[in-house]
Design a protein around this ligand. Structure first.
Ligand SMILES: [Zn+2]
Ligand SMILES: [Zn+2]
Ligand SMILES: [Zn+2]
Length: 143
């Protein structure tokens, strides 16, 4: 399996156990290079692990998401998907609703907005969520 990320170090830095299941799960996500549902990941790795249940995959993905290792993708079909991005640092994603490709957006426009919001609410802003949905060049013409 071709991957470029050192998952062992990545998980260790976050204080997470680098279990074989987690490593396999991350490798599948990175190899696919698009967002996948827990069920799709499960189908790809279950042969390698005896009695690997779908709930275990759900739980592991949830946990990895909570620690910021993978990101959640909210789709208009209400399915839950996850994406692994090897790029570090704060950034956002464009996601294609059709082919599920993901593109890194290098500029965060919300940072400027936060200053404004802070002034308005006279409080603090701790984080924000932004996902840009649409159809990529290949898929837009087919709509
Ligand atoms: Zn597309
Ligand atoms: Zn990214
Ligand atoms: Zn941002």
């Amino acid at each position: 399996m071709k991957t470029t990320t050192d998952y062992l170090a990545l998980l260790k830095n976050l204080g997470l156990k680098a279990t074989p299941k987690r490593l396999a799960l991350l490798a599948v996500l990175e190899e696919e290079h698009r967002y996948l549902s827990p069920e799709e990941v499960w189908r790809k790795i279950r042969r390698r692990f005896k009695s690997l249940g779908l709930p275990t995959v759900y739980r592991n993905m949830e946990e990895l998401e909570r620690h910021g290792v993978i990101s959640k993708v909210l789709h208009s079909n209400r399915q839950l998907y996850y994406y692994f991005c090897p790029k570090a640092g704060h950034h956002h994603h464009f996601v294609c609703m059709e082919c599920r490709m993901v593109e890194d957006l290098p500029v965060c426009a919300v940072r400027e907005m936060e200053k404004d919001i802070k002034r308005r609410i006279k409080g603090t802003v701790t984080s924000h969520v932004l996902q840009v949905n649409g159809f990529c060049g290949g898929c837009a013409g087919k709509q």
